[in-house]
Design a binder for this molecule. Structure first.
Ligand SMILES: *Cc1c(COP(=O)(O)O)cnc(C)c1O
Length: 696
C-alpha cells in the first residue's frame, strides 16, 4: 500500500485530469487505486447532497474516490471555508486523510491549486502535505513560464523536507489559443524545450519526469477514448508509482544495521536495547516508521524547548547553510557568533561578560574547569586546582566533567585511577518546596572551610540536579554558597546546561536565588535543540585574571580552541532559538505546564512503590522506591503513545514548552497509569495480550 500527494505548479495545471488518468492506468494494470480530495471547492447540490466536481471527473475516467471537506464557492479553500462559516486545519485534515489511505494498492491525495494555497490564516496546502509526509507527484502545466514555476515548487518541497516522487508535464490548452501571439512554430519549440529542460532539472535533483501528456485535441473528455489515450500516456508513470516502495523491508534492514553496528547511549554493542525508528517530528510529536506518533515527554533530553519543525528555527538553519555553514574561528569572526554573544549577554545573570563557544555540554564543563584552573595559576596560586562538587550531580561524560558527577551513579569505580579525584559534599537536603533550613548548608560549609586553599571552584547545577536524580533544592542554598565562595576566595561555577532558558520557570535557575556565578555553562536548549552548541560565560574578573598571566603561567591566553568553535550554523540556530523564546510567552507556558503536571501527577503520590512526586517549572518527577526496568516501562509508554524514558528510580517528564493540554494529559495520564499498574504487576506496568496497555 502506498499514498501520494498530487500537487500542481499552479491552479489549472491539470491535476484532476492526471489523477483521473492515473486511476484508469492503475485499473488497467490491475492495481487497486482510489483518489481523495482533502478540500473541494465549487461543489454543487446533487440528489444526495453536495457533489464534488473533481470526484465526478475521476468517475468519468472509471476511477473511484471521495472528497473530505466540501464547499460551494469555487475559490481558495480558506476563503470558501470562511464564507461558509467553517474552519480548516492541516492537522485535522491530515487525520482524515490518513484514515482514507486504502489497505491495498495506491491512494492519490489531490491538493487544491499549488503549495502555498491557504487553508486558513496561518496554514497552507504545504502544511497539510508536511503533516502527511507522503511522496509528492508534481503536475507541471506545460506552458510559457512553467520551468520557473516547477523549479520554485521543487525548491519549496525540498525545503519542507518532502520527497518529490516525480513530475508529469501536462498540456491543458489547445495550440494557438493558449499562448496568443507566440505563433504556432515558436509555441511548439517552447513546449518541447520545456520537456527537455524539465527532464534535465529533474535528473539533477533525482526527481524523474514520469510523463509528458500533450493536449488531447481530437477527443472529448466525455469520451472513453479520451481516457484511454490519457491512460496510455500515463501507463509508465503508474507502473513507477505502483512499484512497492517496501518501506517495511527498508525499516527492517535499517534496524538490523543499527543493532549490528551503531552504539547508542549507555548500551551494550552486543546486546542493545530495542530502538525505534523516528522518521520526522512536528510540535511535541515524534513520528515513527509505520505511521504511529508519540508525544515527546523528554524534549529529546532537555533541548527541544520549541518542539520540532519550528519554522523560525528551520529557516534560520536553511538560510545560514546557504550563506556560510562553517569557518574556523581562529582569526576570523562572523555575524551569527556576534549576534549570539549579544543575545546571551542580555539574558545572562549580571556580571558574566566574556563568552567562549564550545560544541557540547561536556566540553563546556571541561572549558569551565580549565578556566578556573588557569585563573588561579595566573595569580600564582597553583595549589587551587581541585573542585568541590555535589553528590547526585551530573555534569557530562568526558573525563573532567565525569569526575564532577556523583561518584556512584557517575560510575567512578569503573574509571578509578584515571579520573581526577574531586571533593564531594552530600546533596542539598533542603527541598525547593519546603522552608529553608540553614543547617542543610553545613556540610558544604565544613568542606569549603577545610579545603578552600586547594579548591579552584565549587561546581553545581543550580536548584535542579538533573540526570543525577532529578532533585530540586532550595535557592537559599545557592545564596549561602555564593556568600561563602566570596568569603573564602573560591570560584562558583554554575552548570545551567539542563536548567538554562526557562525550563525551571526562570530564564536561568540561578535567577531563583538572584545569584551570579563566576563561570556559567549553557548548552542543550541553547539552539532549541536544532544542533549541538554550548557556551561558557565568565566574569570580567576571571577573564582578566587569565589574561594577566606571565609567560610561565600561560602567557595570558586561554588554552582551548575546538575545531568547530563558534560554528555559524549552530550560532544562527541559537539566535533563532533565543528569539523564539523571548518572543513567546514562555513564562506563562512553563507555569501552566507546572500547574497541569502538579494536578495530573498528584494521584501518583499515594500509589504503592512511589516515594516522592515533585514538579518545578516544566519538569515533573515521580520518584520510585526501586529502580525501574527501563525497557519494560518504555514499552508500556510507547503503547500509550508517549515517549518517556525513565532513569534509575525516577520516572520524569520535561515536555517541549509548545506541548498542548491534550498532550500533557496524555503524558501525565500514562505516568499515573504506569505507576498504578506497576504496583500490582511486580514493579513494571503490564501490557495486555495485544501489546496494548493493561487498563487499570
Ligand atoms: C547534559 C548535561 C551535560 C552534558 O552535556 P552534553 O551536551 O551531553 O555533553 C552537562 N551538565 C548537565 C547539567 C547536563 O544536563
Amino acid at each position: 500500500m502506498s499514498a501520494f500527494f498530487v500537487t500542481g505548479t499552479d491552479t489549472d495545471a491539470g491535476k484532476t485530469t492526471i489523477t483521473a488518468g492515473l486511476l484508469r492506468a492503475f485499473a488497467r494494470a490491475g492495481v487497486p487505486a482510489r483518489a481523495v480530495k482533502p478540500v473541494q471547492t465549487g461543489c454543487v447540490e446533487g440528489p444526495d447532497g453536495l457533489e464534488a466536481p473533481d470526484v465526478a471527473v475521476w468517475k468519468r475516467a472509471g476511477g473511484e474516490g471521495r472528497a473530505i471537506s466540501l464547499f460551494r464557492v469555487p475559490c481558495s479553500p480558506h476563503l470558501a471555508a470562511r464564507l461558509e462559516g467553517a474552519t480548516l486545519s492541516a492537522a485535522s485534515l491530515a487525520a482524515e486523510c490518513r484514515k482514507s489511505v486504502g489497505a491495498e494498492g495506491v491512494t492519490l491525495f489531490e491538493g487544491a491549486g499549488g503549495l502555498h494555497v491557504p487553508l486558513n490564516e496561518e496554514e497552507s496546502m504545504l502544511d497539510l502535505m508536511r503533516e502527511l509526509r507522503f511522496p509528492v507527484l508534481l503536475v507541471v502545466a506545460n506552458r510559457l513560464g512553467c520551468l520557473n514555476h516547477a523549479v520554485l515548487t521543487l525548491d519549496a518541497l525540498e525545503q519542507a523536507g518532502l520527497t518529490a516522487a516525480g513530475m508529469v508535464l501536462c498540456r491543458t490548452a489547445p495550440p494557438d489559443q493558449a499562448d496568443a501571439g507566440t505563433g504556432a512554430e515558436a509555441e511548439a519549440l517552447i513546449l518541447s524545450d520545456n520537456v527537455e529542460s524539465l527532464a534535465r532539472e529533474g535528473k539533477r535533483r533525482g526527481v524523474p519526469l514520469l510523463a509528458d501528456v500533450p493536449y488531447l485535441a481530437d477527443v472529448s473528455p466525455q469520451d472513453e477514448q479520451f481516457w484511454d489515450a490519457l491512460a496510455d500516456r500515463l501507463a509508465g508513470a503508474a507502473r513507477r508509482l505502483a512499484e512497492e516502495p517496501d518501506d517495511a523491508r527498508r525499516h527492517e534492514e535499517l534496524l538490523a544495521f543499527d543493532r549490528a553496528h551503531l552504539w547508542h547511549p549507555y548500551t551494550s554493542a552486543m546486546r542493545p536495547l530495542p530502538a525505534l525508528e523516528v522518521t520526522g517530528a512536528s510540535g511535541a510529536r515524534l513520528f515513527l516508521q509505520g505511521g504511529a506518533s508519540l508525544v515527546d515527554g523528554m524534549s529529546s533530553w532537555w533541548c527541544r524547548v520549541h518542539g520540532y519543525g519550528n519554522r523560525r528555527l528551520v529557516r534560520a538553519v536553511q538560510r545560514q547553510a546557504a550563506v556560510l555553514s562553517h569557518v574556523m574561528f581562529g582569526g576570523l569572526t562572523h555575524e551569527p557568533a556576534v549576534e549570539l554573544g549579544r543575545r546571551l549577554l542580555s539574558l545572562l545573570p549580571a556580571g558574566l561578560e566574556h563568552i567562549f563557544f564550545a560544541d557540547s555540554g561536556s566540553v563546556a564543563v571541561e572549558v569551565a574547569m580549565k578556566m578556573a584552573v588557569q585563573y588561579w595559576r595566573s595569580l600564582g596560586r597553583e595549589k587551587k586546582s581541585r573542585f568541590v562538587a555535589l553528590r547526585g550531580a551530573y555534569h557530562g561524560d568526558t573525563l573532567g566533567a565525569m569526575s564532577l558527577c556523583d561518584p556512584i551513579t557517575g560510575m567512578h569505580s569503573l574509571f578509578s585511577g584515571v579520573l581526577p579525584r574531586q571533593l564531594f559534599v552530600e546533596r542539598p537536603t533542603c527541598r525547593f518546596d519546603a522552608p529553608y533550613d540553614p543547617a542543610s548548608f553545613a556540610p558544604m560549609e565544613r568542606m569549603l572551610r577545610a579545603h578552600a586553599g586547594e579548591t579552584a571552584a565549587v561546581v553545581v547545577e543550580p536548584v535542579v540536579q538533573g540526570a543525577g536524580g532529578m532533585w530540586f533544592y532550595h535557592p537559599s542554598y545557592l545564596r549561602d554558597l555564593r556568600a561563602l565562595c566570596d568569603e573564602l576566595d573560591v570560584l562558583l561555577l554554575a552548570d545551567e546546561i539542563a536548567t538554562g532558558f526557562g525550563r525551571t520557570g526562570r530564564m536561568f535557575a540561578c535567577d531563583h536565588a538572584g545569584v551570579s556565578p563566576d563561570v556559567m555553562c549553557v548548552g542543550k536548549a541553547l539552539t532549541g535543540g536544532m544542533m549541538t552548541l554550548s557556551a561558557v560565560a565568565a566574569t570580567r574578573r576571571v577573564a582578566e585574571g587569565i589574561s594577566g598571566a606571565d609567560a610561565a603561567h600561560g602567557g595570558g591566553v586561554f588554552m582551548h580552541g575546538p575545531t568547530f568553535m563558534g560554528n555559524p550554523l549552530a550560532c544562527a540556530a541559537a539566535c533563532a532559538g533565543l528569539d523564539e523564546l523571548c518572543s513567546s510567552p514562555w513564562r506563562e507556558r512553563v507555569l501552566h505546564i507546572q500547574q497541569t503536571l502538579e494536578q495530573n501527577l498528584a494521584p501518583c503520590r499515594n500509589a504503592p512503590g512511589v516515594c516522592d512526586v515533585r514538579v518545578l517549572g516544566a519538569i515533573g518527577v515521580v520518584e520510585m522506591e526501586q529502580a525501574v526496568d527501563v525497557e519494560a516501562w518504555q514499552k508500556y509508554f510507547v503503547s500509550r503513545g508517549v515517549w518517556i524514558r525513565p532513569f534509575g528510580r525516577t520516572v520524569y517528564v520535561m515536555p517541549p514548552f509548545v506541548v498542548s493540554d491534550e498532550e500533557l494529559h496524555l503524558l501525565a495520564g500514562a505516568v499515573c497509569d504506569a505507576v498504578t499498574s506497576a504496583a500490582v504487576h511486580g514493579g513494571s506496568p503490564a501490557l495486555d495480550n495485544n501489546g496494548r496497555p493493561y487498563s487499570c
